[in-house]
Write a protein of this length. Structure first.
Lengths: 620, 356
């Protein structure tokens, strides 16, 4: 049993670089560090972008902000702190899956994850997997999936990390995480808090953001125990408690005041038992996902609308290594979901059983391919047979080609199926949205730089759309067909010399996403998005500059009206006083929207003007 | 203060009188770019499109979209509910913005925006030097609905309001009495409130569920169209469904005079009236009936699903809001043949039609 820490780190770093390691023989060690191993093992022909710890720490703690400035994913954010949804490769908000330690956590009620409820502080590893992933990750992995992973480090250590910050609009944040580990046990506990008045000025008007205050708490904990050399138990937990007022909108020359308040709880627990053998690994997981929201139309009143769901997932995975080159993974998964809410009448149950087969074959060191299938059985609708094929070819250490094709789906949500309320009526006869898609990617690596070029095509049909069925009642139907295609370019540069280092990361996405009936670009999908961030370190001082350009988006389906494009730049300065290997003190100053751009990313909702934040970090 | 408002009202009345007398001699000249034509009020969308007003000249030669922004360089907000006209002024009611923007109805130049004292305003009518505005209040509360009273001399909202039951919608005035239909907001209601403007005393007349449009007939009685109500349980079974109703209220006695009930699941909407004929929409068809009829017509005159409709000069004007996220259409039908004569693209979510 070699649980050599240094070696483990070495592997982690290597895997971050993508595509080199075909070290299947060291599965075990790899596993010790990162839980969601499938993302690497069975996604070789896909574009996977890992966001390093330094990138995560440099950015604001909301997942929206991290991904907005560091990936090609486009966000529709109802102002800072409001609901935030992703559009990945021109797909809809419910076509991006968020995977927490291997479990799909998209809401059963609306099919989405609110990216403003995820605190990046809680995760050690955040990865973006582009393209279809429904076979492995289930409903919604059409545009792609975002993976949030907690690491378990089985080595002797005890560390504390405390961060506190204060900034504009009376925004305070605090984060504390303690970790302890030895060769047999690893545990961590973290708490994360943010509170903001969020009353920024609407540039060019006399108004401020009204009723925008929010307060979020995230609680996190992990525990891993090696019962024996062959048995590992891992427990994960995360609870999000949000209390957010939803701000009014700038409507004409006045603001439409709001008195809304939204309180939500998202709680996730997962326990896995893993058994390792020479030729196989067996893993049993039981997860419980709980979501609950209360919407107060008047925050001073006790009356609210609510929705909640409980999802109990039992999952068994069996990974079999036939030989050095061939691996087979079989997964059986059963979900029992119970949902209820003001607008669902009584309680509604859903049972979903799915079976998955994953196969991977390496032909020498330069070529490997994979094939996989998923079939789901549920009492609510007929589910299509899903498949995925991928291949990776690395003819030289400078060049890699990746190719994949897959069929994916997005199941109807509780809102789609069961909504009974003023103005809306669900449709129990809906079927899942399906997509057929393919992607071709190339990566070129130089000494200090790497370039990736990816082209993709997605044809989605039976898209669920709410349409007016009478003058006042809207109902969802499987009607739309959308064709999305585009190009993504990534350019990274990294150089280190003496006591200096420079990194420069760039992303560009060109996205066409057209409604097949009208042949028009979908609303809220920009043709162009650019992110660029540069950081420079000199000794203990480092500085960064971050730029986002978001092209104009249409806001009407006939493309007659649009919201202007915008660019936003942020800068930061970090002074790190490194006392010892285990102790650290850092001061971080950050200025956002330094050019004071007046922009909106959702209509009627101005985004914050120039703002500042100072943060202190202690590690001991 | 009192003297000042007396003076201002005298001045207003004086100006109106001047306006009338000049109308009397000879051909009236166009009083602005938007005289002699149709104004279309658009609601806008929650996805970021403001409410707008389009102008279509009488000869239907072209559509001018968003004339408010073109004239004043600013937006009206969402959702633009209705426009009320008083003298040379148009009052644009925007419910979510809690505002009423006052413009010259012919030039569309802004006079002022009233943005305090209103809470989800819906429709406006006028009496003497006052404007009466229906307000839903907080849409979650069924007990805070009211009629706001605007002083037209200084465009302020009186601190005194007239409390009414859930979801007041249309409002008309006759002989000092105000009639308010109650569609019920996001809840449910089935009455017309009658308000004596002298003492603001109210009484309710029960009509059908979701009372919406109000029109005067030839003799000045009021017809009200109730759309009917549907309620579902969790399994999509209809647990309660009422059909629509047409009710005539005698404006002298303020009593119901005629009730014509729709049958089964028929839930009509979009009633309008012109020269002795009532028009309404039902199940994607448009029907017409004489105001003297006591039974509903069985044959429709026009087929189509619309979001707003008006009749003028033997023509029926109807707007289609499409998918509520793209440019809508104005269609014009000749009522002698019931054939469509014109179709033109207008703004985003067209809802109300006014003849200027």
């Amino acid at each position: 049993m070699k649980r050599k820490v240094d070696y483990i780190f070495f592997i982690t770093v290597l895997t971050l670089l993508q595509g080199f390691s075909q070290n299947d023989s060291i599965t075990r060690l790899d596993e010790v560090i990162i839980s969601d191993i499938k993302i690497k093992k069975f996604s070789e022909g896909y574009k996977v972008q890992n966001l390093s710890d330094s990138v995560i720490k440099r950015n604001d703690i909301s997942l929206t902000s991290l991904l907005r400035y560091n990936s090609t994913i486009y966000f529709r954010e109802n102002g800072i702190g409001g609901i935030s949804s992703a559009s990945f490769r021109g797909t809809s908000a419910s076509q991006t899956a968020v995977i927490w330690n291997g479990i799909n956590i998209n809401s059963q009620l609306n099919g989405q994850t609110d990216f403003n409820t995820v605190s990046t502080n809680n995760y050690d590893d955040i990865a973006i997997r582009s393209g279809g992933g429904s076979v492995q990750y289930g409903s919604g992995a059409i545009g792609g999936s975002v993976h949030l992973n907690n690491e378990f480090k089985f080595s002797n250590h005890f560390s504390n990390n405390f961060r506190i910050s204060y900034g504009s609009f009376n925004t305070s944040k605090a984060n504390y995480k303690v970790r302890y580990g030895n060769k047999k046990i690893y545990t961590d506990v973290g708490v994360d808090y943010i509170n903001s008045d969020n009353d920024f000025k609407y540039l060019g008007t006399e108004f401020r953001n009204q009723n925008g205050a929010f307060q979020n708490i995230n609680l996190n904990g992990s525990l891993g125990v090696f019962l024996s050399d062959k048995n590992l138990i891992k427990i994960y937990h995360n609870t999000f408690l949000g209390k957010r007022n939803f701000s009014g909108i700038l409507s004409g020359t006045s603001i439409s005041p709001s008195n809304d308040s939204y309180r939500d709880i998202n709680s996730r627990s997962l326990i896995t038992w893993k058994y390792f053998d020479k030729s196989y690994t067996s893993k049993l997981s039981i997860a419980h996902l709980h979501e609950m929201y209360r919407f107060f139309d008047n925050k001073d009143s006790d009356e609210y609308d609510f929705g909640k769901s409980n999802n109990l997932i039992t999952k068994y995975e069996f990974l079999y290594r036939l030989n050095r080159d061939i691996q087979l993974n079989a997964i059986a998964d059963y979900s029992f979901i119970q949902g209820e809410g003001t607008n669902f009448g009584g309680s509604q149950d859903r049972n979903i059983f799915s079976g998955v087969l994953l196969y991977k074959h390496s032909l020498g060191k330069k070529f490997n391919y994979g094939a996989s299938l998923r079939q789901e059985i549920t009492n609510n609708y007929d589910s299509p047979l899903l498949f995925a094929l991928d291949a990776k070819f690395t003819p030289s250490k400078y060049y890699t080609v990746k190719i994949n094709g897959s069929r994916n789906y997005r199941i109807p949500t509780y809102n789609d199926l069961y909504w009974v309320g003023p103005g809306g009526l669900g449709n129990p006869d809906l079927i899942p949205e399906t997509s057929l898609q393919g992607e071709l990617g190339q990566e070129i690596r130089f000494k200090n730089a790497s370039l990736s070029l990816t082209a993709y095509y997605i044809n989605s049909k039976d898209l669920i759309k709410w349409i007016p069925v009478s003058g006042t009642v809207w109902s969802p139907v499987n009607i739309d067909e959308v064709e999305s295609y585009g190009v993504e370019i990534g350019l990274d540069y990294e150089k280190e010399w003496k006591n200096q280092a420079i990194t420069w990361n760039n992303n560009y996405a060109y996205t066409i996403s057209e409604d097949k009936e009208r042949n028009k670009q979908l609303i809220y999908v920009p043709f162009h998005k650019v992110t660029s961030s540069m950081s420079y370190r000199y000794g203990c001082l480092s500085a960064f500059y971050q730029l986002l350009y978001n092209g104009p988006v249409f806001i009407t389906t006939d493309n007659t009206r649009e919201i202007d494009g915008y660019d936003v730049s942020n800068v930061g300065l970090v002074y790190t006083y490194l006392k010892t290997d285990t102790q650290e003190f850092a001061v971080n100053f950050r200025a956002n929207n330094i050019y004071n751009r007046n922009y909106q990313n959702v209509g009627f909702r101005p985004m914050p003007n120039r703002n500042y934040q100072i943060q202190l970090t202690f590690k001991f | 203060m009192k003297l000042r408002s007396l003076f201002l009202s005298a001045l207003t009345v004086g100006l109106l009188l001047v306006g009338c007398s000049s109308d009397d001699d000879g051909m009236p000249l166009p009083q602005g770019d938007f005289d002699n034509g149709i104004l279309i009020s658009h609601e806008g969308t929650f996805g970021g499109v403001t409410g707008t007003v389009s102008f279509v000249p009488e000869d239907l030669s072209a559509v001018q979209n968003d004339i408010y922004n073109a004239t004043n360089g600013e937006d009206l907000g969402v959702f633009q509910q209705s426009i009320g006209f008083n003298g040379d002024l148009a009052f644009i009611v925007v419910d979510n913005a809690n505002s009423i923007t006052v413009v010259n109805r012919y030039t569309f130049e802004k006079v002022t925006t009233i943005s305090t004292g209103l809470s989800t305003p819906r429709y406006i009518t006028f009496l003497n030097d006052k404007g009466y505005v229906t307000n839903w209040g907080d849409t979650a509360s069924s007990t805070d609905d009211f009629i706001a009273i605007i002083d037209l001399t200084d465009y302020t909202v009186d601190s005194t309001t007239i409390p009414v039951s859930e979801g007041p919608e249309r409002i008309l005035e006759r002989n000092g009495t105000l009639y308010v239909s109650h569609k019920g907001g996001f809840g449910r209601n089935n009455v017309v409130t009658v308000i004596n403007s002298a003492d603001n005393q109210t009484q309710e007349i029960e009509v059908g569920d979701k009372a919406d449009e109000l029109v005067f007939d030839t003799v000045g009685n009021i017809w009200v169209l109730s759309e009917g109500h549907t309620e579902y349980d969790a399994d999509f079974n209809i647990v309660d469904q009422t059909p629509g109703a047409l009710v005539k209220i005698n404006t002298t006695s303020n009593m119901k005079e005629t009730t014509i009930n729709f049958t089964g699941t028929d839930q009509p909407n979009l009633m309008t009236y012109n020269s002795g004929t009532i028009y309404y929409a039902l199940n994607s068809e448009i029907y017409s009936m004489s105001e003297t009829s006591t039974t509903l017509p069985t044959e429709s005159i026009i087929t189509g699903s619309f979001y707003g409709m008006e009749v003028n000069d033997n023509k029926l004007y109807a707007v289609d809001a499409g998918d509520f996220a793209s440019s809508g259409t104005l269609k014009i039908f000749d009522l002698s043949t019931n054939e469509e004569t014109n179709s033109m693209t207008v703004g985003i979510v067209p809802a109300k039609i006014y003849f200027n």
